[in-house]
Design a protein around this ligand. Structure first.
Ligand SMILES: [Zn+2]
Length: 126
């Protein structure tokens, strides 16, 4: 079965709430898309982030855009809290400049940091 992609308004909504509550002001929500995939061959991935690289931005005359893909078979069965943490993780890959590149895991995206941000998010949404 080939991989298929579907718009994911539920993921978009959650990402929007996280960006708002955690005040990730560098993230342009109009340039951030969320999709759900089915039939991905990757066995362990829950979500991943894609971007329109600088050269594609130039070729297509488009501004920077990011796309969070959640893998339906694994993401959908997570608890709400786990989903929130997965999206916090993916959003942390978006660098301050929102230019098309990525921030790496090392030093940026750690379990400890995600847990701390999630605690803040949970406290704010009450
Ligand atoms: Zn990651």
């Amino acid at each position: 079965m080939p991989i298929k992609y579907y718009e994911a308004p539920d993921v978009q909504d959650l990402a929007q709430r996280i960006v708002a509550q955690l005040e990730f002001r560098h993230i342009d929500l109009n340039g951030t898309y969320c999709y759900r995939s089915r039939n991905s061959k990757s066995k362990r991935t829950v979500a991943r982030i894609h971007s329109l690289s600088k050269v594609w931005q130039k070729a297509l005359n488009r501004s920077a855009s990011y796309l969070i893909e959640v893998i339906s078979e694994r993401y959908d069965r997570l608890s709400q809290e786990e989903k929130e943490k997965v999206l916090i993780h993916e959003l942390l890959h978006i660098p301050k400049g929102f230019a098309g590149g990525f921030r790496p895991h090392r030093g940026n995206i750690t379990r400890k940091k995600i847990d701390a941000l999630h605690q803040k998010f949970a406290a704010r949404i009450g």
